[in-house]
Design a protein around this ligand. Structure first.
Ligand code: NAG
Ligand code: NAG
Ligand code: NAG
Ligand code: NAG
Ligand code: NAG
Ligand code: NAG
Ligand code: NAG
Ligand code: NAG
Ligand code: NAG
Ligand code: NAG
Ligand code: NAG
Ligand code: NAG
Length: 800
């Protein structure tokens, strides 16, 4: 450590009057030890727009502000973690409670909030979504005409830059080959930062940017331990998650991609010729780091967003979020960064979270964010369970090893095979070190979901010497079966089937089983269905904005993988794969980001809100049996599961009408949720903005969906649509499917457009017609000109 740093550390301690300063300060890791000792917590000081002020000037302002709280500019310079100065104005530094308070009273400060850790929330999916084509089409890339598909019209996204905040990237993956790509767009100002096993030569014309941010992580956990975590101090991906999401959004065409032979086909991203910029912001938790639970710190994410905006990213894909309670809009790093991004016409797609099916769990709920739920696709991996009594139960698996098909195996319930000192509930879930090997060895063990990871249970089965493994859903996961490449033969079954297996075991003294080897099957029906894990509405911050916005494939998705980790991420697993199948809203989010990149290419002048509207109002609410999309337990799904429905890229490229929203509408929204004019002026650089005397109703924001949390009497909601069809003149007629117990009147119910870009307003009046039990009811309304159907979901709760 430099003398200067020791000096600064001592000064820092003296400044806040802690005894024993010298002793502490002479240790290494000054910053982290001090932070821990004095209960300093990193705070984010958010100050809105940069107001066009030179970045260097902002930096010294930050130092001055910090200095006035800490007593010296030197200490300020030593302790500050980040100065945000490109996309927005603010900084991050460890502060005591008192210092945080002091700074929050300084002019221009909008919010000061303690940093928190966020969590990470996987190709058939594009064919399923109606996008077909291959690298030959991409190579010829003929000029756009109306007869072409969305890929051709968007030139496969070749001029669009998708920025991801994630765990990094495996640059050698074939998904990031740049064979078909021309020069990097000249507007790009980003770069590939040198680091551990990563330098500028790791990048190419596909992967055009790669940066990493870990000051917040290291401030909290101490220096990244490369030995313990096996991670890289660079944008290189140890985890696999970032490689997976990046290839889903913008991966190149890779024929013959599969994992252990499963899901074999041409891997590709939504925008196969888009450019990718990776901002690594998620890092492993030091203890149990190999469990795959990464942390993404607010200050690191903000630094990535601040830089990404400056670098020239067109679309952000962020598969990260926080659990409940959701942070307030101006104390939420993703919401703040996204707000400044959309002001620069950058669309931000975020995962809804994996906390379903519990209601009101949806994350990333700001109205300026595109919030993505997860659903299944029509690809199945059947691996059925045959019981000794002849019953066959559907199972799914991508386990590469299988049991002998001619032999019967003894079947045992983990709950009956527990180590005597272990509660039955723990053994039935095959938690670590719960199974008694003498009872399990050579048999097939059934383990229930609940606590612990799916693959963790398979590891316990291996430890106990099981021949095979059945993963049984509990009621919470219902029908949602996520497949994993277990290291032993095994399959996964839904909750009803798990119950059937346990009932069978109870019914006989000699339970026997076979597991049919897994294979890949296409055209599975019904699909899509919602994944039970997908977080649900209503929006816990402002239920009058419907969330999630849309759904896309997120269950059992094949995409590129890191070669620094195994497919299961288990420490005992040494297998290396180039592609892997994983599940989560983390996987659905980049599907939408990739499609948004295509729309950005086709419609360069559209706002992020217009692109979002096009995606939402053209989404499908029926499955491949032309019946309503089902939820994770087989009931009809609703807008709290999927927002507008399942994304339909081809239809989104020709929406007819859009619900556009300007940054000013978001300011009015901030007024309506309780921020005052002074705060809002500082968020933006519009010094003349004032909140209206009569605040508009949140439900009146020009959103492509309608939600009313407390309908007591007739309520009129205003909307405005813009004609973006292929013809100047168009006549649209309104129709609706009213929610149960609600009357709907739309006035006018006919809109006549004379020109492209013309806007028309209309009112929707919702009137309760019967007493309700306080439950939400759902419906839709739509505009149609005979060619386009512009559909919006409605969610209403009547209260008396
Ligand atoms: C906004 O900024 C101005 C000037 O920097 C300051 O005087 C005012 O107090 C700020 N308002 C709020 C709510 O922070
Ligand atoms: C960049 O990395 C490559 C591969 O690891 C290595 O061959 C090359 O020498 C490195 N270049 C620089 C400038 O460090
Ligand atoms: C890093 O991790 C290794 C292996 O777990 C451990 O032996 C070592 O002490 C750690 N280093 C530091 C600086 O904590
Ligand atoms: C994957 O499909 C390709 C093209 O159909 C075929 O050549 C290849 O052998 C297949 N690979 C596997 C592992 O099935
Ligand atoms: C059972 O599992 C719970 C939850 O993981 C754990 O807290 C408890 O210690 C376990 N009990 C035993 C005896 O292993
Ligand atoms: C039961 O669990 C304890 C604690 O994990 C372990 O020490 C013991 O060996 C186990 N016994 C059996 C029979 O597995
Ligand atoms: C099986 O038997 C056990 C022990 O008698 C009981 O706790 C459990 O509920 C039974 N399970 C089923 C599905 O019948
Ligand atoms: C599906 O919807 C039904 C009826 O609303 C509900 O009872 C069930 O909990 C839902 N299941 C899931 C997994 O969301
Ligand atoms: C606006 O709100 C901020 C933060 O709550 C508060 O500090 C400020 O005094 C308010 N300004 C006015 C003019 O009410
Ligand atoms: C604020 O001032 C700008 C430039 O003077 C003007 O274009 C804009 O319309 C004004 N906005 C409001 C809300 O008055
Ligand atoms: C709806 O009514 C409940 C109960 O009166 C209240 O707590 C809640 O804040 C209201 N929500 C909205 C969005 O008005
Ligand atoms: C919608 O209703 C408001 C009053 O609630 C009215 O001012 C406005 O003119 C109506 N708009 C249309 C298009 O009917």
């Amino acid at each position: 450590m430099a003398l200067f740093q020791i000096f600064a550390a001592i000064q820092l301690l003296l400044a806040i009057g802690v005894a024993g300063a010298k002793q502490v300060a002479l240790n290494s890791h000054t910053r982290s030890i001090l932070t821990a000792l004095i209960c300093f917590k990193v705070h984010i000081v958010y100050m809105g727009e940069t107001g066009g002020i030179h970045p260097d000037v902002l930096v010294s302002t930050h130092h001055d502000m910090l200095a006035s709280a800490m007593g010296s500019v030197d200490i300020a310079k030593e302790t500050i973690l980040y100065s945000y100065r490109h996309g927005f104005n603010g900084f991050a530094a460890p502060l005591s409670k008192r210092q945080a308070e002091q700074i929050s009273n300084m002019p221009g400060v909008i919010s000061v909030f303690p940093s928190s850790r966020r969590r990470l929330h996987t190709t058939r999916s594009w064919e399923f979504l109606g996008l077909t084509g291959d690298s030959a089409d991409a190579a010829t890339g003929s000029p756009a005409t109306s007869g072409e598909n969305i890929w051709q019209r968007a030139k496969f996204g070749r001029d669009i830059i998708i920025g991801l905040l994630d765990t990094g990237i495996w640059p050698e993956s074939q998904s990031f080959d740049d064979d078909l790509l021309s020069e990097i767009p000249s507007k790009w100002k980003g770069e590939c930062e040198d680091g551990d096993h990563f330098n500028a030569s790791s990048c190419n014309k596909k992967l055009i940017g790669a940066r990493f941010y870990l000051k917040g992580y290291e401030n909290f956990y101490g220096k990244l331990n490369l030995t313990a975590t096996e991670d890289f101090r660079s944008a290189r991906d140890k985890d696999g998650h970032g490689t997976h999401t990046a290839s889903t959004a913008g991966g190149s065409f890779v024929p013959g991609a599969n994992v252990f032979g499963f899901a074999n086909g041409t891997a590709k991203g939504g925008a196969p010729l888009a450019r990718i910029a990776m901002y690594k912001v998620c890092w492993p938790i030091p203890s149990g780091s190999l469990s795959g639970q990464d942390s993404c710190f607010d200050e690191d994410m903000l630094a990535a967003l601040d830089q990404g905006i400056k670098d020239g990213v067109d679309i952000f894909s962020i598969s990260i979020g926080s659990g409940n309670p959701q942070p307030a809009y101006l104390e939420d790093s993703i919401a703040i960064g996204a707000f400044h991004a959309i002001k620069r016409n950058i669309l931000v797609s975020c995962s809804a979270g994996n906390s379903g099916p519990t209601s009101a769990t949806v994350a990333n709920v700001s109205p300026w964010i595109l919030t993505v739920a997860a659903s299944s696709l029509d690809r199945d991996f059947p691996s059925n369970v045959v019981l000794g009594d002849g019953t066959t139960l559907q199972g799914k698996s991508i386990a590469p090893k299988s049991l002998s098909e001619s032999n019967w195996y003894e079947l045992i319930d983990g709950g009956r095979a527990g180590n005597s000192s272990v509660p039955v509930a723990n053994a039935s879930q095959c938690l670590p070190d719960t199974l008694d090997a003498s009872k399990v060895a050579g048999k097939v063990v059934i383990c229930l979901r609940g606590l612990g990871t799916r693959v963790g249970k398979s590891q316990e089965a291996i430890r106990a010497g099981a021949a095979g493994f059945i993963l049984g859903n509990s009621a919470a996961q219902a029908n949602e079966v996520s497949v994993d490449a277990y290291m032993l033969p095994g399959t996964a079954i839904n909750a009803d089937n798990a119950n059937a297996v346990l009932t069978y075991i109870n019914s006989t003294n000699f339970p026997l089983v076979k597991i049919v080897p897994a294979r890949t099957v296409l055209d599975f029906k019904p699909a899509p269905s919602m994944a039970a894990f997908s977080s649900q509405g209503p929006n816990s911050l402002n239920p009058d904005i419907l969330k999630p916005d849309i759904s896309a494939p997120g269950l059992n998705i094949l995409a590129a993988w890191t070669e620094a980790n195994s497919p299961t991420k288990l420490p005992i697993d040494n297998r290396i794969v180039k592609y892997n199948i994983i599940s989560g809203t983390s996987m659905s989010c980049p599907h939408v980001a990739g499609t948004a990149a295509l729309l950005r290419a086709i419609y360069p002048s559209w706002s992020p809100a217009a692109i979002k509207s096009a995606l939402m109002t053209t989404a499908s609410i029926v499955n491949n049996l032309q019946q309503p999309i089902l939820n994770g337990s087989g009931a009809t799904a609703n807008p709290f599961n999927f927002g507008g429905g399942e994304m339909n890229p081809e239809a989104a490229a020709d929406p007819g009408l859009v619900y556009d929203t300007s940054p000013r509408d978001y300011l009015l929204f901030l007024c309506s949720v309780g921020y005052n004019s002074s705060t809002i002026q500082n968020v933006t650089d519009t010094a003349n903005f004032t909140c209206p005397n009569t605040l508009s109703s949140i439900a009146d924001m020009n959103y492509p969906s309608v939600a009313v949390a407390n309908l007591t009497a007739a309520k009129t909601i205003q909307r405005t649509v813009t004609n973006v069809g292929s013809q100047d003149t168009a006549v649209y007629i309104a129709s609706f499917q009213a929610p149960d117990g609600i009357d709907i009147v739309i006035t006018p119910n006919k809109l006549t457009f004379q020109s492209l870009g013309e806007k028309k307003s209309f009112n929707i009046t919702l009137t309760p017609t019967k007493r309700s039990k306080g439950d939400y009811v759902f419906g839709t309304y739509q505009w149609s000109d005979g060619m386009h159907v512009v559909r919006s979901p409605i969610a209403v709760r009547t209260t008396s």
